[in-house]
Design a binder for this molecule. Structure first.
Ligand SMILES: [Mn+2]
Length: 253
């Protein structure tokens, strides 16, 4: 299958990429900084590459106060600029209907964005951590229709309890995210770049922000966000002049 492609309108001057915010009610500063950026960035488009939420247990979670406030922010942002969302390994149960409801474009993982005369491949990143065989097995399970039907059939409170259990237990958390030191497979990335005609890859997931050559191309790894226990929050901005990392400030008290 050819990689889905999104062509940026020629009028666009800046595209903001972000991922791995891991938003939850327990991280109010991070959520506030995200909302501020989302609503007030001067970019033409905001592209979220997975793990916007620490966990998303199904679209009925939008009825919970924190989740509802985030969904409102997404919908508000989408009235001002183009908003695109790809799901990650934490929030893969965010459905296309919910995103459409917010006015966001639901992105296939991976997708190509064509802008400024170039083609950039974008992905969450976990699907190419092929060295982590246990994680890939787990990923296939939870992405299967059967597992999701069974999980979503349980009451919201039960699903929240299961998610909280995963967050408490570091062993199951590793299973959920993959090994902490896992990186993307360079051969898989090379094939994906070749198949999509892209020379640059932008991805998240590994929480190891940085830019450099990888496979046959160049890659930019997005930063995770944490302004509640640390000082990490960054957006990668793509313009005609290239890629630039921008620190996102903590919210004013
Ligand atoms: Mn992830």
């Amino acid at each position: 299958m050819s990689t889905p492609t999104i062509a940026a309108p020629p009028t666009w001057r800046a595209i903001d990429f972000l991922s791995d915010l891991h938003l939850s009610g327990a991280m109010p500063k991070t959520a506030a900084a995200w909302r501020e950026h989302l609503l007030h960035t001067d970019a033409d488009a905001v592209v979220i590459l997975g793990d916007l939420f620490e966990v998303w247990v199904g679209d009925d979670a939008r009825s919970l106060p924190f989740e509802a406030s985030c969904v409102r922010a997404l919908a508000q942002a989408a009235t001002r600029r183009s908003l695109m969302v790809m799901v990650g390994n934490r929030d893969f149960l965010m459905g296309p209907a919910l995103l459409a409801d917010c006015g966001a474009i639901c992105l296939h993982d991976p997708t190509v964005i064509e802008a400024f005369g170039e083609r950039t491949l974008i992905a969450h990143g976990d699907a190419w951590c092929l060295g982590d065989v246990d994680y890939q097995r787990f990923r296939r399970l939870v992405r299967s229709e059967a597992w999701q039907q069974q999980f979503l059939a349980q009451p919201l409170e039960v699903r929240q309890e299961i998610a909280a259990g995963i967050r408490r237990e570091s062993a199951s958390r590793r299973r959920y995210d993959g090994a902490a030191d896992a990186d993307l497979d360079a051969e898989a990335v090379t094939s994906a770049l070749q198949a999509s005609g892209a020379t640059v890859l932008v991805h998240g997931h590994t929480h190891r922000p940085g830019s450099g050559p990888f496979g046959i191309g160049m890659r930019h790894v997005l930063s995770d966000w944490d302004l509640d226990h640390g000082d990490r929050a960054e957006v990668l901005r793509w313009t005609r002049s290239g890629y630039e990392r921008m620190r996102v400030p903590a919210p004013r008290p």
